[in-house]
Design a protein around this ligand. Structure first.
Ligand code: SAH
Length: 204
């Protein structure tokens, strides 16, 4: 599947019906999701691989991984309502994904989640709760050798120090995250946030 086709297909994935600010529920826009996934595909991290989507929300990254030929895909989120939409989205696009409810703050990922090859994720950036992204990083490094994650631009120093001795950043891909007016505290109709997609490789 070509990048443009993937992007167009992912436009059909429905977002959150009633997004919760406390959980930082922002659906990844299709162009950014497609960019992350296509990059991972080109690096050999998707096709035939076991892929986990942590904080999968309504499933856009998990579904994209399935469309690009991942072998098994698991999506995990704390929010049952989001998971219900994710299941509908997966059916709509004829993909086979296992969706599970779990709170990543509780830890224990190594015991609770079957190991996978590649994690894809768009975790909370910590705008509502500082350090909300940390359990996601910990969980990703517990279950997979390779992680693709979206962060605020300028996060590399934090990610480097937080994952020191555990992982190295092997790639950085720039991108933009247009956020539509979703919550009362949003001042503009659309605000564009600079983001970066980082590829982390676990240090054995
Ligand atoms: N990956 C989706 C959603 C991103 S928004 C997409 O790309 O569109 C962040 C997601 O993290 C939300 O779905 C939210 O419900 C989930 N989340 C937030 N805190 C969580 C936690 N502690 N455990 C599991 N999921 C969590």
């Amino acid at each position: 599947m070509k990048l443009k086709h993937l992007e167009m297909t992912l436009q059909r994935v429905r977002g959150f019906s009633r997004p919760q600010a406390a959980l930082e529920q922002y659906r990844t826009p299709a162009p950014l999701a497609a960019r992350l996934l296509y990059h991972a595909l080109m690096k050999g991290d998707i096709e035939g691989k076991r892929v986990c989507d942590l904080g999968c929300g309504t499933g856009v990254l998990a579904i994209g991984a399935a469309l690009l030929g991942a072998d098994t895909i698991v999506g995990i989120d704390i929010d049952d309502r989001a998971l219900a939409v994710a299941r509908e989205n997966a059916d709509l696009l004829d993909t086979d994904i296992t969706f599970l409810a779990a709170d990543l703050r509780e830890g224990g990922c190594r015991e609770r989640i079957t190991p996978c090859d590649t994690v894809v994720m768009n975790p909370p950036f910590g705008a509502q709760k500082v350090h909300a992204d940390r359990p996601f990083i910990d969980c990703a490094l517990a279950v997979a050798d390779i992680t693709y994650s979206i962060f605020n631009a300028g996060s590399i120093p934090f990610v480097e120090s937080y994952t020191a001795q555990r992982a190295e950043i092997t790639e950085k891909i720039g991108g933009a995250f247009p956020i539509k007016h979703t919550f009362a505290f949003h001042m503009r109709d659309v605000q564009e946030i600079e983001v970066e997609i980082l590829r982390l490789k676990r240090i054995a």
